[in-house]
Ligand binder design. Structure first.
Ligand code: URA
Length: 434
């Protein structure tokens, strides 16, 4: 192990056999966390070639089972995001696709650095079970068409371990590590067509659109070594997505969007856009617009909401209890209103600052395996492009009960830039298909 750490430290390429040995050893515990952390840091600085990334993807995939889903389920659709702040896309997009009649076995992760994780969000619903046996997952897929699960029952166990280690060692944002993490999970659960939402901007792991496009090209190129068809969409994460950031707050936002049949909001627009491209890639529609119409209709007629409730219920979640808990947020958190000091137009809302604020409040982890606080977060009442007058409410923070209100106010206010004009809105940029 020491030799391999030093080899990578010198910037040399690891062979497929060395990578397979490393991951197998990490899986059994023969390679301890401290050595894997040192290797991750060497990789963070020296990078991974496309060959190394492909080998790492295969080694992670090999660490567990790989599901073959029956042909009657095909096409099996999936989506994944490289991570962002307020990125609750999976919570709406998975039920939307299932409501349109497709099978979606989505394997999701927990929070990573300042970005939230779908599993942490769903676990804010009392009773929700993310760890499903293969039989339960397949039965649920047959019954209701969708599953959102964590890596249980031997699905990419080495990736789960590595993901948790990256989260607390400052090694998340290395592109090859992200690609192998995402692809190994997506390949294991049997999807035939996958869309990856590659986010750029302050709240994402890629600061610029050019970095995200280059990442997307590499991701799609590497995916050609494997069977499913993969597309990548480059989308904006310079400000948080939607209006809520924080585990339970984001679940509540998606419930509201689905139940109020809000087809127009930013979260719906992103899900519809990604879903349209996915249906086009799967050959289910002639063009993406046709796919978008099909998916928008699932929100408009309430089928997406019904499917979301069915998914949560099938995995043990109690939405009545969740709504009661949300009604009691005032006793679980310290609510702080943040108002504008000057008037103008919001010309920027720093997603990273909001994500880091939530992380510090306990929405994310600083140590492996730590419990997160499901209730903390921020509700954004003003976003980029909105006009504000002095004293207007910008946001409400739900901070830890022992918080210092003034520093909460300052941290959230500092994310807002109030100027004279706003940048042109942009949500979805380039879409690359394999
Ligand atoms: N999502 C993942 O599953 N893995 C990463 O490394 C980043 C985002």
């Amino acid at each position: 192990m020491l030799e391999l750490i030093e080899k990578k430290q010198r910037g040399e390429e690891l062979t497929a056999e060395e990578i397979a040995r490393l991951i197998a050893g990490y899986g059994t515990g023969a390679v301890p966390d401290y050595q894997m952390a040192a290797l991750l840091m060497a990789i963070y600085f020296q990078g991974l070639s496309e060959d190394e990334t492909t080998s790492l993807t295969s080694a992670l995939l090999e660490s567990g089972d790989r599901w073959e889903l029956p042909a009657k389920f095909h096409p099996v659709l999936d989506k994944h995001s490289t991570g962002g702040v307020g990125d609750k896309t999976s919570l709406l997009m998975v039920p939307m696709l299932a409501a349109a009649g497709y099978k979606v076995p989505k394997m999701s992760g927990r929070g990573l650095a300042h970005t939230g994780g779908t599993i942490d969000k769903l676990e804010s619903i009392p009773g929700f079970r993310a760890e499903l046996s293969r039989n339960d997952a397949l039965r649920q897929l047959d019954d209701i068409g969708c599953v959102i699960m964590s890596q249980s029952e031997g699905l990419v166990p080495a990736e789960k371990k590595l993901y948790a280690l990256r989260d607390v060692t400052g090694t998340v944002s290395q592109p090859g590590l992200i690609i192998s993490s995402i692809l190994s999970k997506k390949l294991a659960s049997g999807a035939t067509h996958i869309i990856i939402d590659v986010k750029y901007g302050s709240g994402a792991f890629f600061p610029s659109q050019a970095d995200a496009e280059s990442f997307a090209r590499t991701l799609v190129a590497i995916s050609r070594n494997f069977k499913p068809e993969v597309a990548a969409a480059v989308t904006d994460m310079s400000q948080p997505l939607g209006s809520a950031v924080g585990n339970a707050l984001e679940v509540a936002e998606v419930l509201r969007i689905a139940e109020q049949r809000d087809v127009e909001c930013e979260v719906s627009a992103l899900c519809i856009g990604l879903g349209g491209a996915l249906l086009k890639m799967a050959g289910e529609v002639e063009d993406a617009e046709q796919g978008e119409d099909i998916l928008a209709q699932t929100i408009a007629d309430g089928r997406a909401a019904e499917k979301l409730r069915a998914l949560v219920g099938a995995q043990g979640g109690d939405l009545d209890a969740f709504r009661r808990e949300m009604g009691d947020l005032g006793r679980k958190t310290c609510k702080v209103a943040i108002t504008a000091r000057s008037g103008g137009v919001i010309s920027g809302l720093d997603a990273l600052a909001i994500g880091q604020f939530c992380h510090r409040q306990g929405a994310g982890r600083s140590r492996k395996g730590e419990a997160v606080n499901p209730w903390v977060g921020v509700v954004l009442h003003k976003k980029t492009g909105d006009a504000v007058a002095p004293g207007d409410l910008l946001a409400e923070a739900y901070a830890r009960l022992d918080c210092d209100q003034r520093s909460v106010e300052e941290a959230v206010r500092s994310a807002y830039i109030i100027g004279e004009e706003a940048p042109a809105p942009r949500l979805i940029g380039t879409i690359l298909t394999g």
